[in-house]
Design a protein around this ligand. Structure first.
Ligand code: GLY
Length: 368
């Protein structure tokens, strides 16, 4: 078992990583359950994982109750949040109880937000079942729902009290979803760890093909990186945590252009967004074009979108920049961009000229 600590003082917690952990989660959770029942929030696609979790809880003497929501982004809504919160209250959840979030990013965000507001905040445990959730969203305490005004605009910082990661659950994940989650793994190498990017180049394809050891190495490395960044800047104030948004501003424009739909999954948009961030950095003379080409080559090699065309987007630079202006990261009329001086050398630039971004995207669209 690998244990990674998120060092946040009294809000600190452990991330436990082990193949087969889901099947023995009961013994890990028994001390925190303290004989109380546990509520599990999950989605209807995860019935087999839910059955496994309830069996191990039961074997450890823990009574559990499942709250099952519809799969998909649509569940990050006021309506579903209200249903989950009402059910938790009906079940008599107390502040010192631990709610379990069993699922991908949607479930973690939804159940985490419910835990943040029920009784003004109770505990929750993340049991992430997608690669994206295992390496990114289950760690760090960002919780949110989506409203008509935009994605993730309503939420809270609420840290889980434990994260249980079982890489084996990825075996049944659809390959496209696995690949999309892998973009967030590559992100950690690009941010500040050139050695890890080289590891991705060497082992990424094996990881995606089912190599269990490669998966465990990548997950442990990724969560350790995330834990460090979150411990330094929990609420994204100093700018350190903002580095985790590499590729997200370009990606947000691509997601908006494709209607935040299955046409382009979030991780796929982040992949193309990272390639564009490196391409823009190279075009501005900030980054060696050879590094930008290496990013594109790796994403392409593993079958991830790496430019506008492979992301399925055919829109003008002006239109894409207009989507960026609606990004929640807009601050006093400027948009902080994550640019790169090279692989592993990402930095935050608050003075990027949006006209230059639009011109770059037009050249990309024209294949120039
Ligand atoms: N996924 C970005 C963050 O947790 O800050």
């Amino acid at each position: 078992m690998t244990t990674v600590r998120v060092a946040l003082g009294e809000r600190g917690y452990d991330i436990l990583i082990q193949a087969g952990l889901l099947a023995r989660a009961g013994e890990v959770l028994a001390p925190v359950a303290r004989g109380r029942p546990m509520a599990i929030v999950t989605d209807a696609n995860l019935r087999p994982q839910l059955a496994q979790l309830q069996a191990t809880l039961s074997a450890a003497g823990i009574v559990s109750e499942a709250i099952v929501v519809a799969p998909g982004e649509g569940s990050k809504s006021w309506e579903t949040l209200a249903r989950v919160v009402d059910r938790l209250l009906e079940l008599g959840v107390e502040r010192s109880d631990h709610i379990i979030a069993l699922g991908g990013g949607v479930i973690g965000d939804l159940a985490g937000f419910a835990a943040a507001i029920v009784k003004r905040g109770c505990h929750f445990v993340q049991v992430p079942t997608s690669l994206l959730a295992q390496v990114d969203s289950s760690v760090g305490g960002k919780t949110a729902i989506t409203t008509p005004a935009g994605k993730n605009l309503v939420g809270a910082f609420h840290q889980p009290s434990m994260v249980l990661i079982d890489p084996q659950v990825l075996d049944t994940l659809p390959p496209r979803e696995l690949r999309a989650g892998y973009a967030e793994v590559v992100k950690y190498g690009l941010i500040d760890d050139a050695g890890f990017f080289a590891w991705c180049e060497a082992h990424g394809a094996a990881l995606l093909a089912g190599d269990g050891e490669a998966r465990e190495v990548a997950i442990a490395h990724s969560v350790a990186a995330k834990a460090r960044i979150v411990a330094e800047d929990e609420r994204e104030i100093s700018g350190r945590r903002a580095l985790l948004n590499l590729g997200h501003t370009f990606g947000h424009a691509l997601e908006a252009e494709t209607g935040f739909s299955d046409r382009l999954l979030h991780g796929e948009a982040v992949a193309a967004g990272m390639a564009l961030a490196f391409g823009f950095s190279a075009a501005q003379g900030i980054c060696d074009p050879a590094d930008a080409a290496r990013v594109v080559a790796h994403l392409k090699a593993v079958g991830l979108p790496h430019d506008l065309a492979s992301a399925g987007v055919d829109a003008s630079g002006a239109r894409l920049v207009d989507h960026m202006r609606h990004d929640k990261k807009m601050e006093a009329g400027t948009l902080p961009f994550l640019l790169a001086r090279g692989i592993g050398e990402t930095y935050l630039d608050r003075n990027v000229d949006l006209a230059a971004v639009a011109a770059f995207l037009d050249r990309e669209r024209a294949g120039a």
